[in-house]
Design a protein around this ligand. Structure first.
Ligand code: UDX
Length: 474
């Protein structure tokens, strides 16, 4: 018997529903997953993306067969973004889940009814399941209520999910929130989470501990109560943590990353990417340029901006620096670089508001990445064999930094207050020393392993096939 395309499910057309969190670092992997499933579905798998009206994806930049359904159009976007001077990301995730829950019920009901009608007319595709971001437990409950099975996409790394699973135990032991800011206490190693220390799992400021606790409780509940957890990482990178997740959650785990290398053609950047920097990179020597970017949410204050500028200038190394429009905290005017910076770095540095990061990291001129260690940035850097200077700020970023530094040994943390002399030394270490060269070599070894995982028969390719079969079986 001739094999039918995986998505055709023996003739019956199916549709996968997806609901991402409306932040760049979450939206991108969810849309990449949609692209990967659609491409392998042999034309038999429809895709519907439910999304917040805020940070909405652009349908024109996705395959024609994708449907996009805005949810909660009346909900003010100010309710959904992190607030407070120390931005409360956990609070924002809780509000997104709460405020979009009721509107989603109506949208899902309507979508299911329409699909039934279309099926009766012979042209439809029945909803197989909802793939929901792990932060949206409330959305998952609505799907369950309406009889739609759910899979959970965890957009961060496996090590991070293991730490999130251990979070309630650490709270019960009285370790979190930490009783003091005492250095010795914060540096205490957590034996069950090696190489993490207590300070690496303090995911939020003390005032936001309650929101963080609720947020992580929902996240782990969503994973446990799903029909399977999808991880954007790869087996050779995080094997032992993936095993801990499988045994700890008791659900099927699909390790299918790095998604950005599997799914091509899905364009999900919310900001316009400055392509001219690629031409500029063409003119630079191999492994010579430091790429500097804090992702879509992390920020710095004016003093840190100043120290960074002079650290980059004084290093005498070429650099490509992303200064996002809202990257500098509590600034009422446009970001301005210090007097003399332009002259000091003329021809050697380029500043852009947003870069085509994956292409930048893949460029042969890039020798290192100064990153906040968001999971996507970390994984993108690994997949191009680029070593890192790590400057994590919140959530999973400290965990990712620890793995980069202690486990994979492909970078190091730039600790403490930002100061130009320290920055200059870090850049020199990464780009100009034997130690830095060895980190680059190890990063390249990991890059090759990532490439193997996504080859035919590779672990991630096989996991995607299994995932697709599972979706078609609902
Ligand atoms: C957030 C959290 O901060 C992060 O810790 C979590 O793991 C995911 O959600 P974000 O801070 O935006 O994400 O960081 P990251 O996960 O690194 O994602 C940023 C994305 O934006 C990457 O895919 C990167 O390629 C892209 N990007 C970044 C650009 O396209 N251009 C840029 O100039 C900078």
């Amino acid at each position: 018997e001739a094999a039918s395309p995986a998505g055709s499910g023996g003739g019956r057309r199916r549709r996968v529903l997806l609901f991402p969190v409306p932040f760049q670092g979450h939206l991108t992997p969810m849309l990449q997953l949609a692209g990967a499933l659609h491409a392998r579905g042999g034309g038999g798998l429809g895709v519907t993306v439910f999304h917040a009206a805020f940070n909405a994806p652009d349908p024109a930049r996705h395959p024609a067969g994708f449907r996009f359904v805005p949810v909660g159009e009346g909900v003010p976007s100010a309710d959904l973004v992190p607030s407070g001077s120390d931005a409360d990301f956990a609070g924002a995730l809780l509000r997104i889940d709460d405020r979009l829950r009721e509107p989603f019920r109506e949208c899902l009901r309507q979508a299911l009814a329409e699909e039934e009608e279309e099926e009766e007319e012979g042209g439809g595709a029945a909803a197989a399941c909802l793939v929901v971001d792990s932060n949206l437990r409330g959305i998952q409950l609505v799907a369950e209520e309406l009889g739609v099975p759910t899979l959970v996409l965890r957009t961060g790394g496996a090590a991070c999910l293991v730490a999130y699973m251990a979070f309630p135990v650490l709270c019960d032991k009285g370790l979190l929130p930490p009783a003091s800011q005492d250095k010795a206490q914060l540096d205490m190693p957590l034996d069950e989470l090696t190489p993490l220390r207590l300070r690496d799992v303090v995911f939020s400021a003390p005032a936001m501990h309650g929101n963080m606790t609720r947020c992580l409780q929902r996240l782990v509940d969503a994973a446990r109560n799903s029909s399977g957890v999808i991880l954007n990482t790869f087996q050779d990178l995080e094997d032992s943590d993936i095993q801990k997740i499988t045994s700890g959650l008791g659900v099927l785990v699909y390790t299918i990353g790095p998604l950005h290398k599997i799914s091509s053609g899905t364009e999900s950047s919310l900001l316009a990417q400055d392509q001219t920097c690629l031409k500029w990179l063409d003119k630079q020597e191999a492994d010579s340029v430091l790429y500097v970017s804090l992702g879509s949410l992390a920020s710095m204050d004016e003093k840190e901006l100043l120290e960074t500028a002079w650290g980059l200038a004084n290093s005498q190394r070429p650099f490509l620096w992303v200064i996002r429009h809202n990257m500098v905290k509590s600034l009422s005017h446009e970001v301005s670089l210090p007097d003399g910076f332009e002259e000091a770095t003329h021809g050697r540095g380029m500043v852009v508001p947003w870069a085509p990061q994956q292409e930048v990291l893949a460029h042969h001129a890039i020798g290192g990445f100064w990153t906040h260690n968001g999971w996507n940035s970390t994984l993108e850097s690994i997949c191009e064999g680029v070593p890192m200077i790590c400057r994590p700020q919140f959530a999973d970023q400290t965990i990712n930094m620890r793995y980069v530094q202690e486990v994979w040994k492909i970078g190091f943390e730039l600790e403490g207050e930002l100061e130009r002399g320290k920055i200059e030394m870090a850049i020199t270490k990464l780009l100009c020393t034997e130690e830095g060269r060895q980190m680059r070599q190890r990063a390249r070894d990991l890059r090759d392993k990532a490439a193997k995982c996504i080859e035919e028969e590779g672990s991630s390719q096989s996991a995607i096939e299994l995932l697709l079969k599972r979706i078609m079986s609902f």
